[in-house]
Design a protein around this ligand. Structure first.
Ligand SMILES: Cc1cc2nc3c(=O)[nH]c(=O)nc-3n(C[C@H](O)[C@H](O)[C@H](O)COP(=O)(O)O)c2cc1C
Length: 357
């Protein structure tokens, strides 16, 4: 079985298999962003459940970048004891650990951050304001400092959240980021924010620190072919250990009518990787879809909802070629038994069709 083979990366420890826990917002942190026992339990159960990589939820890198109530924080020394406790416990299971670094940008609720959200551009819809040029560098520094904290806490690496239209994605947004100060406009300008974060993290972390990027290859003002160019460049530069494509359905066709002769993932799987690993996320719900994703060229698969439904999704898929995750909806009790605390169960109950009420 392909999924069982270890995955070496350009830097840092090999993953013991090709099954990674996707970043999953679970709203279980304390109001100040410190780790709670519920979040510790949720993640360490997945580490014990056989995942090769265990990633935290999107963790906000600055107080003003918070996107959700109960979100994990990585912007202050106060967050360090909880993060270190988590990193230690994941390491003990033999899984590799990572923190997803996140800033919600215009999608930060003002009541949560106590002020006006910031963005690459003015956004009348949310009331977010475009940051000044000097502030862009401060935002980059926020990601870099958070990465240093992750390293100091004992994590093996970080993933920059460049997907789903949050701050990094707002800089990548071709429809809206028309900045003329070098941080927007053409492709070079729009990708500069992401590249500055990668460069800053590389310069400030140890040589074996694993750095990945998650990208959305369509929607959110993102054009698939431009993303293909960006991913090709990043892989060629060798600055990243992996690229994680957030596809929502690994086997889907692209939205772009001109690109229908391949799957969306197929527009990335043929790029020369130069050792950078490529991951797929979306609708991998059992052994068959896992093997299909790897056969389609993914070096690893990230598991979201399957890992919510089964803390040991990885062990089960490795143990049987016939494993398929439970049918939806599931009861609150089932989710509690799988290690979700009450806040996370409530959050999942807002995902249509997930929880039987
Ligand atoms: C409850 C929930 C929370 C999520 N939180 C995050 C997150 O914090 N960061 C992120 O990049 N994606 C997040 N996602 C997206 C997942 O990482 C994943 O890409 C998506 O669920 C598709 O994979 P799946 O079909 O295996 O669930 C979330 C998805 C769900 C269902």
């Amino acid at each position: 079985m392909r999924a069982a083979s270890p995955l070496s990366l350009l830097r840092g420890p090999a993953w013991k298999n090709r099954i990674a826990l996707a970043p999953l917002t679970n709203q279980q942190s304390h109001a100040d962003g410190t780790l709670s026992d519920d979040e510790y339990r949720w993640l360490t159960m997945r580490a014990h459940g056989g995942f090769g990589l265990v990633m935290t939820c999107a963790a906000h890198v600055s107080a003003t970048g918070q996107g959700f109530p109960g979100q994990l924080g990585i912007w202050s020394q106060a967050h360090m004891p909880g993060l270190a406790r988590l990193a230690d416990a994941i390491r003990e299971t033999g899984a590799v650990s990572s923190v997803q670094l996140h800033h919600a940008g215009r999608r930060s609720p003002p009541e949560l951050i106590g002020g006006q959200p910031v963005c690459a551009f003015d956004d009348p819809e949310t009331g977010a304001r475009a940051v000044a040029t000097g502030e862009v560098e401060v935002l980059v520094e926020g990601f870099v400092s958070a990465g240093i904290r992750a390293q100091e806490a004992g994590f093996d690496g970080v993933e920059i959240h460049g997907a789903h239209g949050y701050l990094v994605g707002q800089f990548l947004d071709a429809e809206n980021n028309h900045r003329t100060d070098g941080w927007g406009g053409d492709a070079t300008g729009r990708t500069r924010f992401l590249k500055a974060i990668i460069d800053g993290l590389r310069a400030s972390t140890r040589p074996d620190f694993q750095i990945g990027v998650r990208l959305s290859p369509e929607r959110f003002g993102i054009d698939t072919m431009s993303t293909r160019t960006l991913v090709g460049d990043l892989m060629c530069e060798g600055c990243l250990d992996y690229v994680d494509l957030s596809l929502w359905d690994t086997f889907k066709q692209p939205v772009d009518p001109a690109l229908q002769d391949r799957t969306l993932f197929g527009w990335f799987s043929d790029l020369p990787r130069h050792g950078t690993r490529l991951g797929a996320t979306g609708r991998i719900s059992g052994s068959a879809t896992l093997e299909a994703a790897l056969s389609a060229g993914a070096d690893f698969a990230m598991i979201g909802r399957g890992a919510v439904l089964h803390h040991d999704f990885a062990r089960r898929t490795l143990g049987s070629s016939a494993f398929a995750s439970r049918a939806l909806p599931v009861t609150r009790e089932t989710l509690a038994a799988e290690g979700l605390g009450p806040a996370f169960v409530d959050y999942m109950s807002r995902w249509k069709g997930f929880v039987a009420e």
